[in-house]
Design a protein around this ligand. Structure first.
Ligand code: SAH
Length: 395
């Protein structure tokens, strides 16, 4: 039997059903498992804990597939897991609002390292663990059977793959990718670039947060920082924004954002687009004495893990402080962090520090998180990567 025996005391996180086993927690590996093999995890007292995928090369040396001793990790297991993940999304009723949906969200769906996003009838497949890689063909066949897609496109190009000892891979795995892929979200249309866009092509996780911004934008001068394909900008304009300035450092992102404005028939006269570094742009706007009523800050991940937290905190504080100073009295700041290494408590503290240094007082009017197709498993708090605060500064 392929088996991992943990050091004494290292079973605690597994007993709380946290699905990661770090290499430092392992006392012995028996049965010579290869990377990707399913192993059984035991306590130092020889009590069964879980079935997991083994990876000798990664800091996370095993990721749990199942907590049930009598469960076999085979094709039927993946069929059950994927069926369950799809039913979960169906039960959420999202399809009435959006043709884009995250169907599988890794650990949160009990499928460590596997992400599947649906854009209309196209599936984007992303593998970030050796364990999931082992089952790729099985998973692909099940997806074809359950979802009847016209194309499955692979975007396994995240940096996590390197940590897992996997090389990056992208391309069509099955079917044909349509030349133009457009999804509908809350009555708006968005072009999605699954080949070269960020993430798997679109930030599905911000769906509900974008919709909220739409309701706050009426007659406002809006600044959307880190705009990517213009999600927040499009919702703000539909919501009646007076003007929208969208900033991103990527030319391609801005092109996509402009296309998304056109797709929705939104007037472009009161739009400004700036291809710039946000850290510099905010300073430039300050020097120009520009003011806004609504500012969105949705930066990329500054802290992929907790070890980057201190540096990330400085980055968050800097942009939030500058943004507070650009707001008119009574203005609104919608500020986000998608860093797993920054907890929501810490994020709120950083923002409070920024407000204090900016010399303003503000109230939280809403706390936000990722949309429910990116659910957070209670036993896997790392899944709560996206944190958002909508703040109203005092008059
Ligand atoms: N708000 C977007 C997602 C933002 S993702 C949405 O709802 O779709 C983060 C974006 O920040 C990316 O488009 C990336 O190109 C951009 N970016 C990263 N670093 C930047 C920087 N220093 N200045 C400006 N844009 C940056």
């Amino acid at each position: 039997m392929k088996k991992i025996i943990l050091k004494a005391g290292k079973e605690k996180s597994l007993l709380r059903r946290h699905p990661w086993i770090y290499s430092g927690a392992i006392s012995r590996v028996e049965g010579h498992p290869s990377d990707g093999d399913t192993v059984q995890i035991y306590t130092s007292q020889n009590v069964f804990l879980a079935h997991a995928a083994y990876n000798s090369k990664a800091p996370i040396a095993a990721r749990v597939w199942s907590w049930q001793q009598d469960e076999r990790i085979d094709e039927a297991f993946f069929y059950r897991k994927l069926t369950h993940a799809l039913r979960f999304r169906k039960d959420l009723g999202l399809s009435q609002f959006s043709t884009g949906c995250r169907l599988v969200h890794g650990e949160s769906d009990g499928l460590p390292g596997l992400v599947i996003d649906q854009y209309d009838r196209i599936l984007v497949f992303q593998i970030g663990s050796v364990g999931a890689e082992r089952w790729r063909e099985v998973i692909l066949d099940i997806l074809k059977d359950l979802c009847h897609p016209i194309c499955i496109y692979e975007r396994s190009d995240t940096d996590v793959r390197e940590l897992e000892g996997l090389i990056k891979h992208t391309g069509v795995l099955w079917g044909e990718l349509p030349h133009d892929l457009i999804i509908e979200e809350n009555g708006l249309h968005f072009a999605v670039d699954v080949m070269a866009g960020q993430k798997t092509g679109f930030y599905l996780d911000q769906r509900d947060n974008r919709a909220k911004i739409g309701t706050l934008a009426k007659e406002k001068d809006v600044l959307n920082c880190f705009c990517y394909s213009g999600g927040f900008s499009v919702y703000a304009k539909r919501g009646g924004a007076k003007s929208v300035l969208s900033v991103d450092s990527s030319e391609e992102a801005l092109k996509l954002a402009q296309r998304n404005f056109a797709l929705n028939g939104l007037a472009t006269d009161s739009q400004e687009w700036q291809c710039a570094d946000v850290f510099q742009m905010l300073r430039k706007l300050r020097d120009q004495n520009r003011k806004f009523d609504l500012i969105i800050l949705d930066p990329p991940k500054f802290a992929p893990t907790a070890s980057f937290a201190a540096k990330a905190a400085r980055g968050y504080k800097d942009i939030n402080l500058l943004a507070f100073k650009l707001l008119r009295p009574g203005g609104i700041l919608a500020t986000y962090s998608c860093s797993s290494g920054i907890s929501s408590d810490l994020f709120q503290k950083i923002i409070a520090g920024a407000a204090l240094d900016a010399g303003i007082s503000a109230h939280i009017i809403e706390q936000q998180m990722a949309a429910p197709d990116h659910p957070i498993l209670l036993s896997f708090p790392e899944g709560a990567y996206l944190k958002g605060l909508i703040l109203k500064v005092s008059d």
